[in-house]
Design a protein around this ligand. Sequence first.
Ligand code: SF4
Length: 379
Amino acid sequence: MLGLYVHVPFCAAICNYCNFNRGLFDATVKGRYVAALVREIDGGAEPVRVGSLPDAADTIYFGGGTPSLLSPDDVSAVIQACRRRYAMADGAEITLEANPESITPGLLDGFRHAGVNRISFGVQSFRDDELKRLSRVHDSARAARALADARAAGFDNISLDLMMWLPGQQVDEWLESVDRAIAVAPDHVSLYMLEVYPNAPLRDEMARSAWSQAPDDDVAAMYVAGMERFEAAGFVQYEISNVAKPARRSQHNLKYWTDGEWQGFGCGAHSTRRGARWKNVSGTDDYIERMFGGRPPAIEKRCLTVDERLGDALFTGLRLNDGINVAVLNARYAADIWRRYGADLQPFVDLGLLEVTPDRWRLTRQGLLLAHEVMAVFV
Ligand code: SF4
């Protein structure tokens, strides 16, 4: 089944490290944007053929930006549009990314009634000094309260994001955030490494304040010790950067890692379907103008070759702790993947980074730390 991604490009403030497609919130633009989203989902770009069955979908993911800046009515309008256009599975996972400072009990209640059943909080750190360095608007107490409010509102599937390798962060400071994340009892946690891109304002602040990121050995220690603490607390690592309680894996994100299909809506959204990949225009105003001017929002559409699709399936599949199901990929791509890649992969097997059986290929924990080197074989 398809996963549906809805991009919401608005933020209350711009964080000093952010490289996403976003801009400052403007209520008028937001209203027009939501109307444009509904128009796109209703079939602006690809009308449903008369008499054809609607495509089935089982996830909707509101990502951003800060989707929690939408009102419950906005979210409801988008979900209803998805239900009109797609055969949504019973119990479909509907996720909304939220920033702690923009959440209130009333909003949470409204989102739940709109159909959202999973909330993903951008917490990033439970240390206030680190949140200040990242120019985040919330503090750690606000983050903990948002999570408790979500639980009280009836959400039983709550995720949070944490970032490691922050400027000046020591291993024990990272583990303090891990422990506090465990203490607020989420169902799912994503652990990302901060990437300071070349023009990020944070880069200048790091230079001014003489903050540096920890050396590689410390980052590896942060990663391994963090994963071990989550596992000791009943989480299971199922992907390089993700841990979950039983039955709480992100069904939407699994589509990206299991050679699935997804359709994106909104500015900058990507889609991969039926062997093709495309991207919508990035600019919010450009997107709105196209949607109301009768022009398709998609640009850069191209068909993938079978080799590209297989390479992507291997590249993303190895991110999973379950790894790659060899028989499935051999059948889907009419290939013998060991014959094609075995010689290049054998050195990683010899180093203990990759486990290969006739059924599965999977990275070891040490291999997950060096995943980019193994995955380069497929690029
Ligand atoms: S809230 Fe998220 S999307 Fe918005 S500026 Fe900060 S990091 Fe970027």
